[in-house]
Ligand binder design. Structure first.
Ligand SMILES: C[S@@+](CC[C@H](N)C(=O)[O-])C[C@H]1O[C@@H](n2cnc3c(N)ncnc32)[C@H](O)[C@@H]1O
Length: 444
């Protein structure tokens, strides 16, 4: 069914209006940011609320404009083959093209033949890949066959963390399997299909293999993953450290359940010097956590503001009646039944006024939720393209764990099944949220 012309015209005009208004906000905020850059307490990685809002309106409006004006068949073709652009990026990262380009004079760039010689990839073929990326502003071809970095490709320099998810390639095999498609087990996801294992990812990483020195230890990917969790936390969570009122917690103790290397606690410890922490995780991970804290915040260890504890969150929580429990990037790794088990153990350990803070993304559908801020019309309620990345990452959770990034209503259902309730969703800037849960008998 094609959209009536009058409706298309009205939508396009509204979108252009949004673009013009929001662009003025961005310009004003950029100017203010530049003026504040030298001020102490400046947090450059977190945009101001006005800039954050204007940015997502612009991104959403650009995405909707493309959809509105482009031929639908071409657009479908572009989405279905976006995989090719992803592959070009994977190859460019693997070949360290951005690092090679960064060594060249930015006025002159570097020839694709030179990049080809350094990477071992045929120059003419490499040019096809780099042109595909340059067209979407990752690298720029400044004259025929000469490339420079852009503000986006500069982020690839000396950066190992940009990787695509090979596991998702097995997603169709699981989704079309008449039995596995209905599975709610964390052991029947695309990950097990791709790696021919029955282990969950976390078990798999810790399986003993021979190390270079002949001893047995975790798989090499173990270190990449736990470092990656810390990097992902840094990239996605900055706003949660300032948009939730941590300062009101004074000198309370925070139990970071499944805390990994304690990345969230570490950042909070730096900003809120009175807070105390207990970081819990599996044995192999928690051993590494202490080393990281020794390097990054030794004074917290000396002052005994942080303790490290081996703990399986599918068993009884050993720290009873703590003030605050946090779960960052944990529930999204597990299907509903496992999440309810994790939450029940926390509910059993909570005082009546303890709080549980879940720092997972909260998904908003295009139809919206009364618990989340909606985008201005005619954008879809979830700001469309601006929140596309959240949805992409959610597919990763499905592929790796049969996991889910949840809507507010899905979080409420989990909480209810565990004797808790969601009291507030703190919408932080970026893809970050803090969902505050309390015991269902808490009446504060
Ligand atoms: C995605 S990471 C998040 C880590 C950390 N919360 C953060 O935000 O950086 C998931 C963590 O859950 C831990 N984990 C997995 N199964 C666990 C279990 N049964 N008990 C405790 N921790 C577990 C993993 O070792 C990993 O550190």
């Amino acid at each position: 069914m094609s959209q009536p012309v009058a409706e298309k015209i009205s939508q396009l005009r509204s979108l252009v209006r949004l673009l013009v208004e929001s662009s003025e906000v961005v310009i004003k905020e950029w100017e203010a940011e530049a003026a504040q850059a030298s001020e102490p307490n400046n947090t450059p990685d977190v945009p101001s609320p006005a800039l954050y809002e204007a940015r997502r309106v612009i991104i959403g409006a650009c995405g909707m404009c493309i959809d509105l004006v482009q031929d639908p068949l071409l657009r479908l073709g572009e989405v279905v083959s976006s995989y090719f652009a992803a592959k070009c990026l994977n190859i460019a990262v693997q070949a360290r093209v951005a690092d090679i380009v960064a060594e060249a004079d930015p006025q002159r760039g570097i020839s694709v033949e030179d990049i080809g010689r350094r990477t071992g990839i045929n120059g003419r073929k490499l040019a096809q890949l780099l042109r595909c990326l340059s067209t979407i502003h990752i690298f720029s071809e400044i004259k025929d066959g000469y490339f420079v970095n852009t503000r986006t490709s500069e982020y690839m320099v000396a950066n190992d963390s940009i990787q695509g998810g090979a596991v998702t390639e097995k997603l169709p095999a699981v989704l079309f399997d008449p039995v596995k498609t209905h599975s709610r087990s964390p052991r029947e996801s695309a990950f097990q299909e791709a790696y021919g294992t029955n282990s969950t990812l976390w078990e798999y990483l810790e399986e003993p293999v021979e190390q270079p020195d002949g001893t047995m230890g975790p798989r090499p990917a173990f270190n990449t993953w736990i470092g990656g969790m810390m990097a992902a936390g840094r990239a996605e969570s900055s706003a949660t450290y300032v948009d939730y009122p941590w300062h009101t917690l004074g000198s309370r103790t925070v139990i970071d359940v499944g805390g990994g290397l304690g990345g969230m606690s570490l950042e909070l410890a730096k900003r809120y010097p009175d807070l105390k922490f207990v970081v819990q995780d599996r044995e192999a991970v928690i051993e590494k956590a202490e080393l990281i804290w020794k390097q990054e915040l030794p004074e917290a260890l000396e002052a005994e503001r942080v303790k490290f504890m081996r703990h399986d969150f599918f068993t009884q929580q050993p720290v009873k009646e703590a003030d605050v429990f946090i779960l960052r990037h944990i529930l999204h790794d597990w299907p509903d039944d496992e999440c309810v088990t994790i939450l029940r153990h926390l509910r059993d350990a909570m005082r009546r006024d303890s709080r549980l803070l879940v720092a997972d993304k909260v998904m908003q559908t295009t139809a919206g939720s009364p618990l989340l801020k909606s985008a201005p019309s005619p954008l879809p309620a979830n700001y469309g393209y601006a929140h596309h990345m959240g949805n992409i990452l959610a597919i990763g959770m499905l592929a790796l764990f049969n996991g889910v990034e949840r809507t507010p209503e899905e979080f409420s259902a989990l909480a209810e099944n565990a004797g808790l309730r969601v009291v507030k969703i703190w919408e932080c800037r970026g893809l970050a949220y803090v969902t505050e849960m309390r015991r269902n008998d808490y009446d504060g």
